[in-house]
Design a protein around this ligand. Structure first.
Ligand SMILES: [Zn+2]
Length: 259
């Protein structure tokens, strides 16, 4: 446990409203450990998914049994497995399927290196990344996408990277201004309607602003977590999207020698 704190250089802080949060998080996993399915858990632990013990956002916490918590600490259970389990439990009751998030290479100078890992390259296309999301509505009626939430996490700088890219036409292009780290909320002026049983695709341009109102592409390495809020209180959380990196813990590599 203390090893983790040292590695992150972040202090463990107490979780505000722990009891309420624990109740919500237990509901999320159906009161059983999401890894070993044990129902017979004396005391559930709350695991910080991004391993930052001061980051108590509900989306960053997962209720697990002490045994599986120890396995996570030892990396016997990887961060990727933890994330997948969290997303599955969040979307357990949602009949909207996340199909893909790809970079719209014809619209911007970014390319896909691995699934949901996008890098910027040099060419004449616009530098603001455009991410295309495809979802399928499995509800028997139309759902309306009303709000997009994007959680922004900045990773330490480092350079890496190179290469590549879809059939539906996008319905809308939303512009998402990366205003701050943490949660950014975008109520949609043009809500997206997805009829029952239909796949829909839309684009999201992610940008940050420079002084003087100039929109620029995100510089540095980011992990973006998207949550789509639909009519009827339905929310869908997508797996993370990585900009200029392929994961949270990838080693930094030098991609260009100077001189
Ligand atoms: Zn367990």
């Amino acid at each position: 446990m203390s090893k983790r704190i040292a590695a992150n250089k972040k202090k463990r802080t107490s979780i505000p409203q722990r009891t309420k949060l624990m109740a919500e998080l237990l509901q999320e996993v159906n009161s059983r450990c999401p890894f070993c399915s044990s129902l017979d858990v004396g005391v559930f632990h709350l695991h910080h998914i991004d391993e930052d013990p001061s980051h108590h956002n509900k989306n960053n916490l997962l209720a697990v049994c002490p045994t599986c918590h120890a396995k996570i600490d030892k990396k016997d259970i990887t961060m990727e497995m933890v994330r997948a389990v969290k997303i599955n439990s969040l979307n357990r009751h949602v009949k909207i399927e996340f199909v893909s998030a790809v970079i719209a290479e014809e619209q911007c100078r970014w390319y896909q290196e691995k699934e949901r890992c996008f890098y910027k390259r040099d060419n004449d296309k616009p530098e603001i990344p455009v991410i295309s999301f495809t979802l399928i509505n499995h509800f028997p009626n139309t759902v309306v996408l009303k709000t997009i939430r994007m959680y922004v996490k900045h990773l330490p700088s480092g350079l890496s990277g190179i290469l590549e890219a879809a059939v539906l036409n996008s319905v809308f292009k939303y512009r998402l201004y990366m205003k701050k780290l943490g949660e950014n909320i975008y109520p949609l002026q043009q809500p997206l309607q997805i009829p029952a049983g239909v796949a829909a695709k839309f684009d999201a341009e992610v940008y940050s602003k420079m002084v003087g109102d100039i929109d620029i592409a995100p510089i540095g390495r980011y992990v973006l977590y998207f949550t789509f809020d639909f009519s009827g209180g339905i929310s869908l959380t997508t797996p993370p999207v990585f900009l200029n990196c392929c994961g949270e813990n990838e080693p930094m590599t030098i991609w260009k020698n100077i001189g």
